[in-house]
Ligand binder design. Structure first.
Ligand SMILES: Cc1cc2nc3c(=O)[nH]c(=O)nc-3n(C[C@H](O)[C@H](O)[C@H](O)COP(=O)(O)OP(=O)(O)OC[C@H]3O[C@@H](n4cnc5c(N)ncnc54)[C@H](O)[C@@H]3O)c2cc1C
Length: 307
């Protein structure tokens, strides 16, 4: 119930406008967000490099319906790519298609994505595409497949909570894709997604095994994006059984969650990457993080009482 309530709050325009005004809310979000500026995200990425942890930078924001705003976001990402190149940081970025104007038409968002991919390719940098709620899955898959035919420097997120995930994954494999496998973060109806966590976990493992087979054949880049320690153990065992070396097994986590495990995986020689989100538009994203682990609410309440 609490998870559903938090996911409802994440999409509520009135609360999105008003809750971030409270200092305790802004203070609590710092756990998951090094700061609102590009500089804060870049300097955290440099710090993580010291622990052999790579970073993927993501400007927060979604559901953009003003074309000028979407174009500003494209400019922001292009400047970010140039800055990463200037500082020779070898970082990746992650974008959301609704941030680049998916609601303003497929051509518009495809052109915007193309601008980012072209520059990233020129600079030899990599661009991930997030997967948003189920109403965007078809368009995101179409756009990714077209983009992947032109550019090798792009990867896509697949959500294991969707019944369709296995079919979608099979449809992507001929494109020699880069796949980030996640459980899924949105409130989806039971007609489209497994309502029970145990079923989502089971499907995640099933899709992971399929991806490991493809990685063993050299036909995909797979990033296992989860903090689930039981699943992390299982993936490492299965990778070893397939003769895949640790550096070919990539894990991704979110900034601020289970840092000790991130360092352990990096020390074992895995490709460990952390998504660092930044920017002022953090409210919906932060509510989804709370929904993933409602116990995090205690942290917010403590901030409310003591800050
Ligand atoms: C790199 C990355 C990219 C992602 N991209 C997308 C995307 O594009 N689209 C999408 O729908 N979802 C995305 N997600 C979110 C994902 O779908 C899950 O909602 C999220 O990762 C939580 O699931 P889990 O796999 O960690 O497993 P869970 O079973 O939810 O969590 C396992 C354990 O991890 C810890 N944990 C998990 N979440 C939190 C939290 N918020 N705070 C504190 N501890 C926590 C807890 O100890 C928990 O017991 C992404 C996640 C990652 C890591």
């Amino acid at each position: 119930m609490l998870r559903l309530l938090l996911l409802w709050v994440s999409g509520n325009a009135f609360l999105s406008r008003n809750l971030p005004r409270f200092r305790f809310v802004r203070s609590a979000v710092r756990r998951f967000l090094p700061g609102e500026t590009t500089e804060a995200a870049l300097s955290e990425a440099v710090r993580l490099k010291g622990s052999r942890i790579g970073s993927i930078l993501a400007l927060l924001g979604e559901d953009v319906v003003d074309p000028q705003e979407a174009l500003k976001i494209v400019d922001h990402y292009c400047e970010l790519l140039k800055e990463i190149d200037r500082q020779n940081l070898n970082l990746e970025i992650s974008v959301k298609l609704t941030q680049l104007g998916a609601d303003l038409g497929k051509d518009f968002v495809s052109t915007n994505l193309e601008s980012i991919l072209l520059l990233a390719e020129k600079l030899d940098l990599f661009v991930w595409i997030d997967m948003e709620d189920s109403s965007y899955v078809d368009v995101t898959l179409d756009i990714y497949k077209s983009a992947r035919l032109q550019h090798k420097n792009t990867g896509l997120c697949v959500q294991a909570y969707l019944y369709r995930a296995a079919d979608d994954l099979e449809g992507l494999l001929p494109f020699n894709p880069a796949i980030r496998l996640v459980k899924g973060a949105y409130a989806e109806p039971k007609e489209l997604a497994f309502p029970r966590k145990s079923d989502v976990d089971r499907n995640y493992v099933k899709l992971s095994l399929r991806l490991l087979d493809v990685v063993a054949e050299g036909n995909a880049r797979a990033a296992f994006a989860t903090h689930d320690e039981a699943i992390l153990v299982k993936i490492r065992q299965e990778a070893k059984a397939r003769g895949i070396s640790p550096n070919e097994v990539e894990f991704q986590m979110l900034y601020g969650i289970n840092r000790a495990e991130q360092e352990r995986l990096a020390a074992e020689g895995h490709n460990m990457q952390v998504v660092i989100s930044y920017g002022p538009a953090w409210f919906s994203w932060y509510m989804r993080r709370l929904a993933e682990r409602p116990a995090n609410l205690w942290f917010v309440i403590r901030k409310m009482i003591w800050d």
